[in-house]
Design a binder for this molecule. Structure first.
Ligand code: ZN
Length: 112
């Protein structure tokens, strides 16, 4: 990604680069780019309500989700255990009882 990271302190989107540092114009927080790159690798994934999701978390599906290439549907309220955060459009890798391995979008789940 080429976009600048959001400010880790106030979540401002108006960060800019200043040499080796990122600077937030809203709260004056400065942080080194090297740290931001590390953060980017394990980029923060949030659920539909803004809770941070981590590997091993359990989530609940908040919307019926059709599974591509099959007639199965992951019903709203389905509990998914032991998720794994991955990068991409679908940022949660998981296994659902009765369905198998699949990927979900973090915007369609709620941290359990
Ligand atoms: Zn800030």
């Amino acid at each position: 990604m080429t976009t600048l990271p959001k400010c880790p302190t106030c979540s401002s989107e108006y960060t800019y680069e200043d040499g080796e540092m990122f600077v937030c114009p809203e709260c004056a927080h400065e942080w080194p780019m090297a740290a931001a790159e590390i953060a980017e690798v394990g980029s923060v994934v949030r659920d539909a309500f803004g809770s941070m999701l981590n590997d091993g978390d359990s989530v609940t599906v908040i919307k019926d989700l059709k599974i591509k290439g099959s007639s199965s549907v992951v019903k709203v309220g389905t509990k998914v255990r032991n998720i794994r955060i991955v990068s991409g459009d679908h940022d949660i890798d998981c296994k659902i009882d009765g369905i198998g391995a699949m990927q979900l979008k973090s915007g369609f789940v709620k941290k359990a």
